[in-house]
Design a protein around this ligand. Structure first.
Ligand code: ARG
Length: 470
């Protein structure tokens, strides 16, 4: 087959150089998009009378049959640099040299940018659907644990009682932002670079609005130099994937911790666990660990992409080709991880008794003891904080637990610190130290009280219904 080198050069590349510069592997995923791009471009050339109608129809027909026959119909020899040339060669093999009209007012530079945008916008939607499904599952799971108290952590130390539902709904909010971030990015992905040609548009009277409409883009890119050289839409998309993977990885980190003997708050499904070849008792959270590990790959891909981009002089440089496989890999790792983490988390069983036990221990309810001092005795919160801090200090050295804290014990400490006696009723003290009560009275927007979490669930359900309908 004749090829684009035959004019300028008298020889081909060495095989080594041809292989080194080829993008064919990554181009496989561009196959369908490249047919669409060629189809829209050729239709536009025909519509504007730039290419003879009969020739354009022959080209469109050949593109149609390639679509039918699929990727395997393409012929690759070392002279074929990329999928764009392979497709042009296919059309040539069907209709002869008239195939060459297809490339009027087009360059592989605007073509590849267009193809990548077409594929990426579909992938963004697929990932968004996955996020919505995960959110939906979590909202349902939360509904089963509205009243189940659990311990919340800061610094991985017992902080305050929450509910399992409240914790799950925290993940839902993070996922919602990951979803919305992709919505915003989509607006900048769904723009048409076609017509930029190599970098300075063309002398032919092309109709950029027509290819924009045919390909379902929102608008065309307004500067042809920008059109062929920008890949910020890829960097931005991969950042969004990094953000989503960070959410997923943090979830996995918790699952690993929660499934330990020491935490003992969840039972992982056998389907998502492994055992040891030597220690027969082992149940290891390998899927969660691998998901956590694989998320690092996407972080790395983002850095690779940004590093390629930072030294590109305007406009197209071949370095840009090197970005595409990193985009594909980011998408694949993210999709696979989102899918498996969804299934794994939704199959987890919470050990609700253990969760409640942890919530009531280790003075996780101490903030409320300080709060009732403020409420009942009108002392400044800082004073109450000091008294309760000393109460916990003494109680823990004396191996006392929440039930051992009496009005007298509190007043002795208060006096020791130079404050008035508080005379708090014992039942009030015990209520303050009760984790269920702690959760019940945190009935402010965003709080863990069951009715507040229920409102949050309803809001998310409404959001999900609206998004699923789109
Ligand atoms: N394979 C190339 C890429 O992915 C297509 C564009 C090639 N353009 C060129 N001038 N060599 O970027």
């Amino acid at each position: 087959m004749d090829n684009i080198r035959n004019g300028r050069f008298k020889t081909g590349m060495t095989d080594e150089a041809a292989i080194y510069t080829s993008s064919l592997e990554a181009d496989k995923l561009l196959f369908e998009a490249d047919i669409k791009t060629n189809f829209a471009h050729t239709s536009m050339l025909k519509h504007e009378g730039i290419v003879d109608e009969e020739i354009a129809d022959k080209i469109l027909c050949a593109l149609d049959s390639l679509k039918e026959e699929g990727y395997d119909a393409l012929v690759f020899d070392p002279s074929v640099e990329d999928v764009h040339m392979a497709i042009e060669n296919y059309v040539t093999s069907k209709i002869g040299p008239d195939a060459g009209f297809m490339h009027t007012a087009k360059s592989r530079n605007d073509q590849v940018a267009c193809d990548v945008r077409l594929v990426l916008r579909e992938e963004i939607i697929n990932i968004q659907v996955g996020i919505l499904e995960f959110m939906e599952g979590l909202v349902e799971m939360a509904g089963e644990h509205l009243e189940d108290v659990f311990i919340g952590f800061t610094h991985l130390q017992h902080a305050q009682p929450i509910t399992i539902a409240h914790h799950l709904m925290a993940h839902v909010q993070a996922l919602k932002r990951d979803y919305e971030r992709l919505n915003d990015t989509y607006k900048r992905v769904n723009l048409n670079p076609l017509g930029s040609a190599a970098m300075a548009t063309t002398s032919f009277p092309i109709n950029r609005q027509l290819t924009t409409d045919l390909l379902g883009f929102d608008a065309y890119l307004e500067n042809s130099m920008d059109g062929v050289s920008t890949r910020d839409f890829i960097a931005e998309s991969v950042f969004d994937l990094v953000s989503l993977c960070t959410t997923l990885s943090k979830i996995c980190e918790e699952l690993v911790l929660w499934s330990t003997y020491e935490f003992g708050v969840i039972e992982m499904a056998d389907e998502y666990s492994s055992t040891s070849s030597i220690m027969p008792q082992k149940k290891n959270p390998d899927v969660a660990e691998l998901a956590r590990g694989k998320c690092a790959i996407v972080n790395g891909e983002l850095v690779t992409i940004l590093t390629i981009l930072k030294a590109i002089a305007y406009t197209y440089n071949r370095d840009l080709q090197e970005i595409t496989p990193h985009l594909w890999n980011s998408l694949k790792v993210t999709k696979d991880t989102l899918s498996i983490v969804t299934k794994m988390l939704l199959s987890v069983e919470f050990k609700t008794e253990r969760c409640a036990e942890l919530a009531g221990k280790n003075f996780a309810t101490a903030t409320d003891l300080a709060d009732i001092m403020v409420r009942e005795k009108q002392i400044p919160f800082r004073t109450a904080h000091k008294i309760v801090g000393r109460i916990v200090n003494e109680a823990t050295t004396k191996n006392m637990v929440e039930e051992d804290i009496t009005s007298k014990f509190i007043d002795d400490i208060s006096a020791e610190l130079g404050f008035d006696k508080l005379n708090l009723a014992d039942d009030l003290i015990q209520r303050a130290l009760n984790p269920v009560e702690n959760v019940r009275i945190r009935s402010v927007p965003g709080g863990p009280a069951p009715e507040m979490v229920e409102i949050a669930r309803e809001n998310i359900k409404e959001f999900l219904n609206a998004e699923f309908e789109k």
